[in-house]
Design a protein around this ligand. Structure first.
Ligand code: GLV
Length: 328
């Protein structure tokens, strides 16, 4: 007997090679025009799918999950972060959740370095000045920024991406400091020449650059709160390529406005895709539209991970990238 192919509903346009392979393997319903699904369309998707492939922009909350059909047994997220999915409710309803870890580590770390270099060295300001025809020629005192060589980098969240950033920053002459739920093994710490701070507050007070690499969970929402932001040195920079919700964005804006912080490089925002217009006007801030992991190679590898997770699950095994509530 021929095994029935699972119905796989994909919420956004994926790279062509990924969609082609999915079509071969599954009864795949694609989103050709890439328009984010409405609530009603998401409900229809969870009602009819065996597997849902959502992504960062889809909120799969308890209200959506309560309307899921009996067949829905797997949510294979196209993305590393799973804060778009209510994993606890999914788990309670017997729906497995997977993500795509590992394949976007290096790309996100590269983009973090790009921001870490660009903000203190005023790249955006320089480009704008040149484009506006405001360049009168080289001057010893024009466009001066700050060096990062010899400065202290504080990494919040020392998982895969945090460690990849640490390796790069070390090569740029920064000293590496980190705060994490769990301390790294001695070997890794030695290899990265990283100093562990059990107290986040104490670390923050001493850093020149702070970079966020923890997931957004109920425990990390506004981890950089107004109180903690005030602990930072006046000449410190903040970089965020993780999730906007980890920083109290209004408090960050106030600190930047009052000159109590040197600058910020942000790839993610608290109310994405809305960006506070105050941020967009600031000279010492560089904003990117959540493109930390946006490489062609990475997106294809994410698709491959999604496919492996679905196939493994459909073959009756535990999918390699299963996310359990206890991991969050
Ligand atoms: O932000 C992107 C992701 O979590 O994959």
């Amino acid at each position: 007997m021929v095994k029935k192919k699972p119905v796989v509903v994909v919420t956004r346009k994926l790279p062509d090679v990924v969609e082609t392979r999915m079509r071969e393997l599954f009864e795949t319903r694609l989103n050709e025009n890439d328009r984010p699904l409405s609530q009603a369309e998401l409900v229809e998707a969870v009602r009819t799918a065996d597997v849902l492939v959502p992504t960062v922009t889809d909120r799969i909350d308890s209200s959506i999950l309560s309307q899921a059909g009996e067949n829905l047994k797997l949510i294979a997220n196209f993305g590393n972060g799973v804060d778009n999915i209510d994993v606890v409710t999914a788990n309670n309803r017997g729906i497995n959740v997977t993500n795509t870890p590992g394949v976007l580590t290096e790309d996100t770390a590269d983009m973090t370095m790009a921001l870490m270099l660009a903000v203190p060295r005023r790249l955006a300001t320089g480009i704008k000045a040149l484009e506006a025809g405001d360049w009168a020629g080289w001057s010893p005192t024009w466009m001066l920024g700050h060096r990062i060589w010899g400065k202290r980098l504080g990494i919040i969240g020392m998982g895969r991406i945090g460690q990849a950033v640490a390796r790069r920053a070390k090569a740029f002459g920064m000293s590496i400091h980190y705060h994490n739920r769990r301390r790294l093994s001695e070997n890794i710490e030695e290899d990265l020449e990283a100093t562990y701070w059990e107290s986040l507050d104490q670390m923050l007070a001493r850093m020149d650059v702070v970079s966020i690499h923890c997931p957004h969970t109920p425990g990390t929402f506004h981890l950089l709160s107004a109180r903690r932001l005030k602990l930072l040195k006046k000449d410190a920079y903040v970089v965020n390529t993780a999730r906007g919700e980890v920083i109290d964005e209004n408090a960050l804006i106030r600190m930047l406005e009052s000159g109590d912080l040197a600058g910020a490089g942000l790839d993610v925002f608290e109310h994405e895709p809305a960006v506070n217009p105050k941020l967009a006007k600031m000279e010492n801030v560089l904003l990117l539209p959540h493109m930390g992991s946006a490489t062609i190679e990475g997106r294809i590898e994410m698709g491959e991970k999604v496919i492996i997770n679905i196939r493994t699950f459909m073959d009756g095994h535990r999918p390699p990238d299963r996310v359990l509530p206890s991991m969050l």
